[in-house]
Design a protein. Structure first.
Length: 565
């Protein structure tokens, strides 16, 4: 439950009057939600067999097979939406069709206007309790090879299948119909009189959830989401080839190629999209199309769907071109997505010697994905650089134990009290560098080519992160209601990356045999290096192309003291 107090002016009264009303127990607005409980369940059964074969003294083969069966999610008492029936009969259909026939739009003849389709509920009217069909084909073979070229050089390779999960770990039941909000209406005449004081804020009671009693009529007039019974489990195929080499006695070097292909990745589809033919394909602003999209016409659902997005006397005419005009949106998940990741990974480690340990790693990679659609009516997802792609990543870390105190190079025989002060000190540092996130634009008008957008490092600044000169920035000339053709992200155009060094100083002192005192000081972002958030990419903004905020916190120092006994 929430109630807005004296700063709320939703009732339309002057602020002073609102304050006085609140002090008298008359809030401005609020609501109370009645939400049903739910007890969802999904289970996974798996079995795995694996064995190693030492084929020769130098070659080892590893083979394995895992099989998983994931049961579909269920709700104990079937309190959940299941799917969508596109031909379900609706009680408003006859009246809506008659209203439309009296005032049709040119784009949709009266005899082609349909009003059908709605929710199905788990366990009702023959619908299965499970929210999707069990996938029994989730076999995951794995194979690995290790070959010792010589005592200091080893080659390793591996390949395997890995399945994701569909159940409650990643998605939950949908209780549309089982939850209901009751609005608090303090006044019906803009604050002249009040009908609902704070002592009795809901004199007419609460609007009760209807459960699945409305069937296909549930949430008609709004945007809905349902579960597709035939959805499959996403999976990935991963492979690796690496060479490890020992250099001297203390250094290990490794270089590897690592790849991953994701298949059947989940994407969101819009089943109630405005048909493609109504969008403009011109490279410039198309006012005729904009007028078509913004034109309001008589709403055939008027007075039938109060409190919904289709309750007014007028409605955008594009709403009436949708396959299910009684809904503002109908979305569901499909398995049309995929991804590709390729990387070169190098690692160099110096094992502990003379109190010093060093480690460095470098990754050069590319991550492409197709998990979303530029347009609701596109036949396939757009293959673009992933928002998780980071071309370069470097991590360097080191730990040094200072050579002072008992058993060390310096100060081994000093006074015991001084020895406690100088021994047990360690210094550790971790440096990280990482490329920034790829960025892009909405459907922009360019007076040039895409490769002219990035600026060189010498030209780039926080006030001009990329070339803004080739963009059309006038509001009245921006594209609207055009089919999107521009990629949402460009590999060559990126936000600022990660560039940070953390340092810590530690001391461990053995006070007595069973008591040790540990002191630690950490310098987070030790050199106070500023890292910037992505630049503004709104063409019509005065800040277009500018960086207006930082993403890295300033240097911070934290200390801790711990007694171990």
């Amino acid at each position: 439950t929430y109630v807005n107090g004296p700063l709320d002016n939703s009732a339309g009264a002057p602020m002073g009057q609102q304050l006085a009303a609140f002090l008298m127990g008359l809030p401005g607005s609020g609501s109370l939600d009645l939400n049903d409980n739910y007890a969802e369940r999904s289970s996974i059964w798996g079995t795995y067999i694996q064995d190693d074969w030492k084929l020769t003294s130098k070659l080892t083969l590893n083979l394995g097979l895992r099989w998983e069966i994931e049961q579909p999610t269920t709700e104990r008492y079937n309190r959940t939406v299941a799917g969508f029936n596109p031909t379900a009969a609706l009680s408003i259909s006859g009246a809506a069709l008659a209203n439309y026939a009296a005032s049709p739009i040119a784009a949709v003849p009266a005899n082609q206007f349909k009003v059908a389709g709605g929710f199905t509920y788990a366990g009702a009217n023959g619908v299965d309790r499970g929210l999707w069909q069990t996938d029994r084909n989730n076999f995951m073979p794995r194979i690995g090879l290790a070959y010792s070229i010589n005592p200091k050089t080893v080659v390793r390779s591996g390949f395997g299948f890995f399945y994701d999960q569909l159940g409650i770990r990643n998605r939950h039941v949908s209780q549309v119909g089982y939850s209901q909000s009751t609005a608090y209406n303090a006044s019906l005449d803009s604050g002249v009189t009040y009908v609902a004081p704070l002592a009795d804020p809901f004199p007419n009671g609460f609007v009760q959830p209807v459960g699945n009693s409305l069937g296909a009529m549930t949430s008609v007039g709004n945007s809905i989401t349902f579960f597709k019974p035939s959805i499959k489990t996403p999976y990935s195929k991963r492979w690796e080839f690496s060479i490890q080499r020992q250099i001297g006695k203390q250094i290990l070097a490794e270089i590897a190629y690592v790849g991953n292909h994701g298949s059947a990745l989940t994407t969101t589809r819009q089943a109630n999209a405005i048909p493609r033919q109504y969008y403009s394909t011109l490279p410039t602003r198309d006012q005729t199309t904009i007028n078509f999209f913004t034109k309001n016409v008589s709403n055939p659902f008027y007075s039938m769907l109060p409190g919904t997005g289709l309750s007014g006397t007028k409605v955008a005419q594009t709403q009436l071109t949708r396959p299910f005009p009684q809904f503002t949106g109908v979305s569901y998940e499909t398995n049309e997505g995929y991804s590709d990741y390729h990387s070169l990974q190098a690692r160099l480690e110096k094992r502990m010697s003379a109190g010093l340990t060093l480690s460095s790693a470098y990754t050069w990679s590319k991550f492409l994905e197709a998990t979303s659609f530029l347009n609701d009516t596109d036949p396939a997802a757009a293959r673009v650089i992933s928002d998780q792609d980071r071309t370069h990543r470097v991590v360097i870390s080191g730990l040094y134990e200072l050579p002072f105190g008992k058993g060390r190079r310096f100060g081994a025989s000093v006074n015991p009290v001084l020895g406690k002060l100088i021994e047990g000190w360690q210094i550790q540092s971790i440096y990280q560098y990482q490329s920034g996130q790829a960025i892009g634009f909405t459907n922009a008008i360019l007076y040039g080519t895409v490769d002219q957008i990035p600026l060189s490092a010498g030209e780039r600044s926080v006030d001009r992160w990329f070339n803004t000169d080739i963009f059309e920035r006038t509001s009245s000339k921006q594209l609207a209601n055009n089919l999107v053709t521009m990629s949402p992200r460009f590999s060559g155009l990126r936000a600022d990356g990660l560039n940070v060094c953390d340092v810590s100083v530690m001391k461990s002192t053995q006070l007595v045999e069973r008591v040790r005192l540990q002191f630690r000081t950490e310098f987070i972002n030790a050199f106070n290096h500023a890292m910037f958030k992505a630049p503004n990419t709104t063409m019509t903004s005065s800040a277009f192309g500018k960086v207006t905020a930082t993403s890295q916190w300033p240097r911070s120092i934290q200390m801790s003291l711990k007694l171990v006994f």
